[in-house]
Design a protein around this ligand. Structure first.
Ligand code: PA5
Length: 448
């Protein structure tokens, strides 16, 4: 079986040889820090060997819980934000039928997300939708105290209990949280909900292969064993004993840092498959929260092509030359759609008759890459043989591993996120949360 493949030759014209050489020199040290646990944030390295350490018993427990939700629910609402939301959505959106939620004959419950925003209209419309529906909730929060999911969970739990009764609701709620701390743990224990644990040493954005990602993914009817197998394969491919020339995670970390040191401050993750939109959202969180600190870090952006070639394409082709692209390319589509011939040929497209739609997409991809490189945009490519659980597992672990290495090359702690606290402090002060009295006074003064 082929693995995902990294190609970096279309970046070499844009990096200084010194930048590549210095990053290459430092990469072994970064890998060693990760594997020996001697770098910053070393108490959050539980993800590193997670794929190869997941037990059959654990997967069976997840599958059994997913089965109950699948049998009892028309809709399952996954409540979470950031790392407690994006991994599951990335995998489910990549692999489930894009129009699944419109099908009347369904094999799996519709998966809907909440707690990832505080939009009142969104929550109103969700509550309206769930009226008279058989629904369940997977409530995910490592800290157990994050405002957005706590708010959504309280609303949905109340609705579920009103619709089903408190006892029946218990069967339909699963919580994923810390083993001992936090309000969600306390609540789950008191109510007697089924729970799964997020280990202390796994941070939110590295948690997709923990129950945080695996339970919603299994509930959507996807094969978590294949996902984990793919990730375990990448764990092996990108290990600390793999030579640099054969280690795609080390190479990706080196080339993106060399580009950064050569003035390319923005990385755009590109896909030509709309199903990968949330993989990009997951990747942005992974790299943004891991690297954007101490006034450093590549800004992670993303586009969906060809859609965004008709909007951001102009900027990418001719705007400021501070960007580089990483294309996630899918070699083989899972289905075949042949372009029909038409006698009148009024749209002039008969030259495409008999071709697969994916042939056209591939030429769009190649043409775009050549145009962007000609326009001064370095291009990296990560190619997946096809979209399935195994290769998505490989892709997720590849990006996680490269992120850890890359953060150390940048010289930051890739595993903390001190910056996300600033808005929370202000929000709680403005909402007059008990304990924030001084901050409330100060912020009111500032707003006068
Ligand atoms: O990556 C992270 O650590 C964050 O994005 C968290 O996942 C996010 O803030 C949600 O936190 P929690 O799971 O504690 O509710």
């Amino acid at each position: 079986m082929n693995d995902i493949k990294l190609t970096i030759d279309k970046a070499f014209g844009f990096v200084t040889p010194e930048a590549v050489a210095s990053c290459k020199k430092e990469v072994a040290e970064s890998l060693e820090k990760l594997h020996k646990g001697t770098g910053k944030g070393n108490d959050f390295l539980g993800w590193l060997h997670l794929p190869s350490s997941i037990t059959d018993e654990h997967l069976s427990d997840l599958e059994a819980t997913a089965k109950i939700l699948r049998e009892k629910c028309e809709v399952v609402v996954v409540v979470g934000i950031g790392g407690s939301y994006l991994g599951a959505r990335a995998v489910i959106d990549s692999l489930a039928n894009s129009f699944d939620w419109l099908q009347t004959e369904r094999k799996s419950p519709v998966i809907i997300y909440a707690g990832q925003n505080i939009g009142e209209d969104y929550l109103y419309e969700l509550q309206e939708l769930l009226k008279n529906k058989k629904f369940g909730i997977i409530s995910i929060s490592k800290s157990g105290t994050t405002t957005e999911p706590a708010l959504a969970f309280r609303l949905l739990k109340t609705q579920l209990e009103e619709q089903q009764g408190k006892e029946a609701a218990k069967e339909l709620i699963v919580c994923i949280t810390d083993k001992a701390r936090g309000a969600l743990r306390t609540l789950a224990t008191q109510e007697g909900y089924k729970t799964f644990v997020i280990e202390d040493n796994i941070g939110g954005r590295f948690s997709v292969l923990s129950p945080v990602g695996l339970l919603p993914i299994a509930t959507a009817g996807l094969d978590i064993r294949q996902l984990v197998a793919g990730a375990a394969r990448m764990e092996e491919v990108c290990s600390d004993t793999t030579p640099y020339e054969e280690n795609p995670a080390a190479q990706y970390a080196v080339i993106r840092n060399a580009l950064y040191r050569s003035g390319k401050k923005i990385e755009i993750l590109v896909n030509f498959q709309p199903k990968l939109h949330y993989v990009s959202e997951w990747w942005k969180q992974l790299y943004g929260e891991s690297e954007g600190k101490e006034h450093k870090g590549i800004f992670p952006a993303s586009v969906d092509f060809t859609t965004d070639l008709h909007s951001m394409g102009q900027w990418i082709q001719e705007g400021e030359r501070t960007i580089f692209e990483t294309v996630v390319s899918v070699k083989e589509a899972n289905h075949t759609v042949l372009f029909p011939s038409n006698e009148a040929n009024l749209d002039g497209l008969n030259f495409l008759a008999g071709k697969r739609v994916d042939d056209v997409n591939k030429m769009a991809e190649l043409g775009t890459m050549l145009a962007h490189v000609d326009g001064g945009v370095p291009n990296l490519k990560v190619e997946m043989p096809r979209l399935n659980e195994y290769y998505i597992g490989e892709l997720l672990y590849f990006f996680e591993k490269a992120c850890g290495i890359s953060g150390y090359l940048l010289g930051v702690n890739p595993f903390d996120q001190p910056g996300v606290e600033a808005y929370k402090k202000n929000m709680f002060a403005l909402l007059e949360k008990p304990g924030y009295e001084e901050a409330t006074k100060a912020i009111r003064e500032r707003l006068k």
